[in-house]
Design a protein around this ligand. Structure first.
Ligand code: CA
Ligand code: CA
Length: 98
């Protein structure tokens, strides 16, 4: 993993922990529920955790289309980074395209 990616992930992790400590309200999922990995109709840190568990082989996705957040037909760590960036407000909407 590149140093820049590691720095971004570290920054996102810190911001996420701060959000959790401040007990911010979860974001409601859109109609398409893109990013609602665990299917509970909200997009929050639990979805990022579920996606991380999927990437490490410990979770089964119920719907692959809602997990592919950059619509490149691959579900990988980039999708998790996009979800984290969405949760902390760096990205305004999903799917993400750059
Ligand atoms: Ca969810
Ligand atoms: Ca993807």
């Amino acid at each position: 993993m590149k140093k820049t990616t590691k720095k971004i992930m570290s920054a996102l992790s810190i911001v996420l922990m701060m959000c959790l400590l401040l007990n911010t309200a979860p974001m409601k999922a859109s109609a398409a529920i893109l990013g609602d990995i665990n299917g509970d109709n909200t997009i929050n840190i639990s979805d990022a955790i579920a996606l991380g568990r999927y990437l490490s082989g410990q979770y089964t996705l119920s719907d692959y289309s809602i997990s592919d957040l950059n619509v490149n037909y691959v579900i990988d760590v980039v999708d998790q980074q996009i979800l984290l960036a969405f949760l902390v407000g760096i990205i305004d909407s999903l799917p993400y395209s750059n």
